[in-house]
Write a protein that binds this ligand. Structure first.
Ligand code: C2E
Ligand code: CA
Ligand code: CA
Length: 248
């Protein structure tokens, strides 16, 4: 009940964080990240409510809302400014069990007259652990439907390295925990380098999120195999208005 009224009151807002091309240092896309703007408590970060919504099932409705808002926004950019940037949306591990996920996304594109290339789909690697077969099936269907697939939180699930051969993914997003230790801990750097080499070898692009410091950026640039950077170093997630003002 609380969730429904919050949804109806427009308390859930989509923020956008830019992703930069590491070589050109220009914005190459964005990620849609939800915030609960509570009238009394203020902004509640997703880590505080997504796990709860995954348990009580609201996540399906919330994600649908975020995906719809994101497509609506891209449609506006195209209509009003004749501009667009690809935006990636997050898919909860719970959404993976919805049999019609590709259809849901294709219907959204139809509703807002968008092409597949405008929307990227981020799927968390941790979904692999729960039901690898279902994940492989859904990712293949989404890929066949023409979407760009980003594997999120890479390196935190099990036997990560074997997955990427089975899954037709386009971009690997390595988990932020490895980036925090870049420059401090040799293991982190070795791991990121190894994943970057592997991604490059099999023709998958790599995005590194959580980059905050120049030192981290330099280490990643020197690897020469990382394409995209997302992090406070460039920008925090911005409101729709702030994002449009700065980037469109
Ligand atoms: P995620 O998908 O891994 O998103 C990246 C998170 O890292 C975001 O946190 C972002 O704000 C944060 N981040 C980016 N750059 C930096 C940085 O340089 N430093 C630090 N400290 N943090 C950085 P956020 O927005 O709080 O989201 C947390 C998680 O909540 C997301 O992790 C994602 O798993 C989930 N989430 C967010 N929005 C949605 C949504 O619409 N649907 C679903 N299913 N999950 C969502
Ligand atoms: Ca994500
Ligand atoms: Ca992530």
């Amino acid at each position: 009940v609380l969730f429904r009224s919050a949804l109806h009151n427009g308390e859930f807002q989509v923020y956008l964080q830019p992703k930069y091309d590491i070589f050109t240092e220009k914005m190459a896309g964005a990620e849609a990240l939800v915030r609960w703007v509570h009238p009394v408590k203020g902004i509640i970060p997703p880590d505080e409510f997504i796990p709860i919504f995954e348990k009580n099932g609201f996540i399906t409705e919330l994600d649908m809302y975020v995906w719809d808002k994101t497509c609506e926004l891209i449609n506006e950019w195209i209509r009003e400014d004749n501009k667009y940037v690809p935006v990636s949306v997050n898919v909860s591990r719970k959404d993976i069990y919805r049999q019609n996920l590709p259809e849901v996304f294709l219907n959204l594109l139809k509703k807002y007259h968008l092409k597949q290339k405008y929307l990227h789909i981020e799927i968390t690697e941790s979904a692999y652990t729960e039901d690898p077969e279902q994940l492989i099936k859904v990712v293949n269907q989404l890929k066949e439907a023409g979407f760009t697939i980003e594997m999120d939180d890479f390196g935190t699930g099990y036997s990560s390295l074997s997955h990427i051969r089975e899954l037709p993914i386009d971009i690997i997003k390595i988990d932020r925990c490895f980036v925090i230790d870049l420059g401090k801990d040799d293991y982190a750097e070795t791991f990121v380098r190894m994943v970057a080499e592997l991604a490059d070898t099999i023709g998958v692009r790599m995005c590194v999120e959580g980059v905050e410091y120049d030192e981290q950026l330099q280490i990643l640039k020197d690897m020469k195999k990382v394409q995209y950077i997302q992090g406070y170093y460039y920008d925090k997630p911005l409101t729709e208005e702030a994002f449009e003002k700065k980037y469109l």
